[in-house]
Design a protein around this ligand. Structure first.
Ligand SMILES: NC(=O)c1ccc[n+]([C@@H]2O[C@H](COP(=O)([O-])OP(=O)(O)OC[C@H]3O[C@@H](n4cnc5c(N)ncnc54)[C@H](OP(=O)(O)O)[C@@H]3O)[C@@H](O)[C@H]2O)c1
Length: 340
């Protein structure tokens, strides 16, 4: 099979398409012919050797896939060849085939196409865990979403709206602002022109946002602690700005708010600390609810562009240029050339 292979992190020339042996299923493995694979900020970090999940070289990047099951291990009970699925994998997504453990494979409803599907195993799931499990958003809460037109950001807007929240979205351009409005954001702030703190305080009668979803870190995080409500919940789930923020404990004390760390990989069993046995069922229930919301038209995963496997570098460059709204995807078996 053909796959993108990284032989040295931080060296572009050492990442190329190669022909590899087909991956083999173990007893819990599900072999998937990949129709679509998500291109994410985490892929850039892994290839640079800067992500906590960077595997040893050589490896194939790509953690979120969808496609058709072609083979199942002897102990796989939930799937059989021909099933449409979405899956999380630790790596291996930029390829024609991948083997995923049954635990992180999800049956895909007919109504959800493969390109939309890649957004569920990571970004919709992470936004769900943050807003539903960890921050416990209530109807009427004001939720501030940073990086709101990115993959995680649009997912967070969709889910916050499903939960009955008022959403304030923060973005860097008019095009991104328009995307957030399409997803139901009630107010959009262009953080290049407007003060996040002033706007959030003005929109909440000086109280602040009850919940803040932060995939950006850096200045976005610093602004957050200036406009979070008492007993507010600040979900820190990514550092797209490249800056890992710090919060002094005295500020936590005087402002009565919680900073909530969130790593989705924990729920998949990818952390150094073992996942609690209940997590597998909880993840499945969350995925079922997300798919149901999508079928009801309440979640609207956006695919900005589609690339062939050969054009994987162009897909990553687009992401690095900070242009992406929603997700770009790679279709490893697509027949038409270039971005589609
Ligand atoms: N904790 C977890 O389990 C988990 C799960 C999924 C993703 N993540 C992390 O969450 C972060 C966001 O992921 P994503 O898939 O939503 O990324 P994305 O689609 O690329 O969106 C990131 C957003 O961050 C903003 N941003 C601010 N500074 C930036 C910079 N210097 N370069 C690029 N973007 C910048 C951009 O919004 P504006 O241009 O509007 O400012 C952009 O839309 C990543 O760090 C990823 O690794 C973590």
């Amino acid at each position: 099979m053909r796959a993108v292979v990284c032989r040295e992190c931080g060296n572009d020339a050492a990442v190329q398409i190669e022909t590899l042996p087909e991956p083999v299923v173990d007893e819990h493995g599900v072999r998937i012919a990949i129709a679509s694979t998500g291109v994410s900020f985490a892929n850039l970090l892994v290839l640079a050797g800067k992500h906590q999940n960077t595997p040893p070289v050589p490896f194939t990047p790509g953690t979120e896939v969808s496609g058709i099951v072609i083979e199942c291990g002897a102990k796989v009970s939930r799937f059989r060849p021909g099933d449409r699925v979405a899956a999380s994998v630790r790596n291996g997504g930029f390829a024609e085939l991948v083997v995923a453990p049954e635990r992180t494979v999800y049956a895909l409803p007919e109504a959800i196409d493969f390109d939309a599907a890649v957004q569920f195993p990571t970004i919709y799931a992470t936004a769900y865990a943050g807003l539903v499990w960890r921050a416990r958003v209530l109807p009427g809460d004001t939720v501030l979403v940073h990086g709101a037109a990115g993959g995680s950001g649009l997912a967070a807007i969709d889910i916050a709206k499903c939960l009955g929240a008022r959403v304030i979205a923060s973005v860097s351009s008019p095009l991104k602002a328009e995307a957030c409005r399409r997803h139901g954001a009630d107010v959009v702030i262009n953080h290049r022109e407007q003060s996040i703190r002033e706007h959030v305080l003005a929109l909440t009668d000086g109280r602040g946002a009850e919940v803040i979803f932060d995939p950006v870190g850096g200045e976005a995080f610093d602004e957050s602690i200036r406009c979070i409500a008492p007993e507010g919940r600040l979900i820190t789930m990514g550092f797209a700005s490249g800056t890992i923020p710090r919060v002094p404990a005295n500020i936590l004390l005087v402002k009565n708010f919680d900073v909530i760390g969130l790593y989705w990989g924990y729920y998949l069993g990818w952390s150094k600390q073992a996942a609690h046995p209940r997590e597998e069922a909880r993840v499945r229930a969350a995925m079922a609810e997300l798919f149901a919301w999508c079928e009801q038209g309440r979640l609207r995963p956006e695919t900005l562009a589609r690339y062939r496997l050969d054009d994987w570098r162009a897909a990553l460059d687009r992401l690095a240029a900070r242009e992406v709204i929603g997700r770009v995807v790679i279709n490893p078996v697509a027949s038409t050339p270039g971005p589609r």
